[in-house]
Design a protein around this ligand. Sequence first.
Ligand SMILES: C[S@@+](CC[C@H](N)C(=O)[O-])C[C@H]1O[C@@H](n2cnc3c(N)ncnc32)[C@H](O)[C@@H]1O
Length: 436
Amino acid sequence: MKSILDARAAAAMVVAAVIGSGRTLDSAFAEYLDDVRDPRDRAMVRAMAYGVIRFYPRLEQMLDQLLDRPMKRREIRLRSLLLAGLYQINGMNTPAHAAVDATVSATAAIGRPRARGLVNAVMRRYLRERETVDERAMQSQEGRWAHPGWLIGRLRSDWPSDWEDILEANNSHPPMWLRVNRSLIGPEEYLKLHAPPGARSGRFVPESLLLDSPLDVDVIAGFEKGLVSVQDGAAQLAAHLLDAREGSRVLDACAAPGGKTAHILELTPGITLHALESNRIRLSLIESNLNRLHLRCGILEGDAGQPAGWWDGEPYDRVLVDAPCTASGVIRRHPDIKLLRREADLRSAAEQQRRILDGLWPTLRPGGRMIYATCSVFMVENEAQISSFLERTPDARSVPLDGFGEWGRVTGSGRQILPGEAAMDGFYYACLTKLQ
Ligand SMILES: C[S@@+](CC[C@H](N)C(=O)[O-])C[C@H]1O[C@@H](n2cnc3c(N)ncnc32)[C@H](O)[C@@H]1O
């Protein structure tokens, strides 16, 4: 099958869309992958683009040493192609001559046929000077850890004993987790009859399964029928910690795409659940996810920080606040976060979380339980956020998160899982209750 777009060129377009236009990897793949017809080429584009974005701060330092003069800003596709070329040799172990030839040939497909000479020269120079170039690139913190400096600095100050492990975990390939739909099948039965070879039960959540290697959902038995969903092990703790009971009135306040909404429904029949989401496009994902899993709940569009717009005034027994955050705990899954986030985003995320917490608090009934969650590792979004909430909210108390084994670490009011711990994503949880 002949592709319209060469794999290296497609990878360069994807990388350029991220670094030049601030797009996410997912949205760039959605635009360019259809032009690559051969599934093996598509897999290669993904591997190359993910790799370049994951190691971008290091590859940049390598490329800068190989250029006689800085490239113009508008040469973003050419720059991306060169980075992809370097990554093939440095990160994918592609034989040198094949990487050089393919990268040179791809200049035409990105609309820069006259750059053949430059690409050829840069690639060959890298082959000649590789040892020195690699060594020099590792001398700066950004190059050594392949993260932007501000992110390294933040992790260092928040996690003085763990920052290096976090950075390393962020650069690793994430494992794939499944969640068995307990409303349709028992986890043991699914594991015995349907699970892919090498799958094993997760340590903390009975219906979680950790796969040996990632698979396309099309080949996962029972996925279409709703027997399983893809969800990280850390995210699967949320529904258990919420501890909804039959008859509970439950609010999932930041619900799309509905992963945790579905899990709560799978675990607890006989609840009234409202899934709230402010983003209309994402809202529609909740319904399609629930349909696949044969589940139903009330779906509300609105701002969690302003209940007057959607709340009927009847208090909830349980509220899950899976807050919008910087997603710094899931960088290994979404390496583009390294490049798309700015340090200033931390403050705006924390302000938004504060507004949402304050807005939602009146919707919880006295004696009720609120679970606050983020997929971040930054203190300002997690422990500092919750301790400041407790200080300004006289009828709020934190509840220790016991149960489900020794996951994460106690950080004060909540518990933090760091990325890679027990193969899970970085997640923070805190549990709050309202005084009667
Ligand atoms: C971390 S994601 C939720 C993931 C979801 N709980 C799941 O498990 O599939 C946070 C969600 O909150 C939504 N959101 C952001 N601000 C919001 C607000 N003010 N009110 C309600 N939802 C909001 C975002 O659009 C996003 O879909």
